[in-house]
Design a protein around this ligand. Structure first.
Ligand code: SF4
Length: 266
């Protein structure tokens, strides 16, 4: 042991979890194969989770991990709202600075503090069937840049949905019909995710307030969370939710009536 109490020869596993379906399955799987090892489950708090997510998934998931003998930890961040204000705009697909600022950077800091000799093996719940982009994701990465050069292992890489669901049910959890709500909504939210916002008027008001505060770009485009051209012209979160609730291809953006004096138009 070194003076700091850190044993450089010990095995150490750090499991990154959002406590969505894949995370619960991964924790359960590790409970079978890594029991007795030094395992820490780390959650990244983006400050933008659904209000119930922390209470109903993170806290419950942490208790489950602890029941298997694992440690749990959370990383903090400035939160998506402040980040968006600082950057004067929302993250876009392809330039997701949110992932880097809210998750990767805090995780690297946590790893530096808790694994200074870089001996930990990091784990995530990535599966190839999740998307085309992940179809060739490696099971092992010897030196992962996003984990400070540590090894990264994705033990569920070839799991089907059924394989994953088996682990979730075995853990005593229900299979969620949606993805993790660690960010609600996520900048990559699909139609189904956005439909969930309809039942959360407070969150719509919250996003709308930030959108209004951000105003417009120099070119006069509103700084809204979701690009209107990807949502049939729906501009602003309230309209985006209307778009999500409409039948495919049936959404009609409200007509901007700039002047109701009766002297113009028609
Ligand atoms: S979950 Fe979505 S919004 Fe949150 S950090 Fe990741 S990409 Fe960004």
């Amino acid at each position: 042991m070194l003076g700091s109490g850190y044993d450089i020869f010990s095995h150490k596993f750090v499991l990154f979890a959002s406590y969505g379906n894949d995370s619960i399955a991964l924790i359960n799987l590790c409970g079978k194969y890594l029991r007795g090892e030094d395992v820490t489950v780390v959650y990244s708090d983006t400050g933008w989770a659904a209000p119930w997510w922390m209470r109903e998934r993170v806290e419950v998931g942490e208790r489950f991990a602890q029941s298997l003998g694992f440690k749990t930890a959370r990383t903090g961040s400035i939160g998506l709202e402040q980040l968006v204000r600082d950057r004067k705009g929302w993250p876009r697909q392809g330039m997701q600075f949110c992932t880097h600022e809210l998750k990767i950077k805090p995780a690297m800091k946590w790893l530096e503090q808790n694994d200074p000799f870089r001996r930990a093996i990091c784990l995530n719940g990535v599966r190839r069937v999740e998307s085309q982009k992940r179809a060739n994701y490696p099971e092992f990465t010897v030196e992962s840049p996003n984990h400070g050069g540590r090894s990264l292992w994705s033990p569920m890489i070839d799991f089907s949905d059924d394989d994953r669901d088996y682990e979730i049910l075995e853990a005593g959890f229900e299979v969620l019909p949606h993805r993790s709500m660690e960010c609600f909504p996520c900048v990559n939210a699909n139609r189904q995710d956005l439909r969930m916002l309809a039942g959360n008027p407070d969150r719509i008001i919250h996003v709308e307030r930030v959108e209004k505060e951000l105003g417009h770009t120099k070119k006069g485009k509103p700084r809204v969370m979701f690009r209107p051209y990807q949502k049939m012209g729906a501009t602003g979160i309230r309209e985006v939710v209307r778009w999500a609730l409409s039948d495919r291809g049936k959404y009609e953006a409200p007509v901007e009536d700039n002047c109701d004096s009766g002297w113009c138009g028609a």
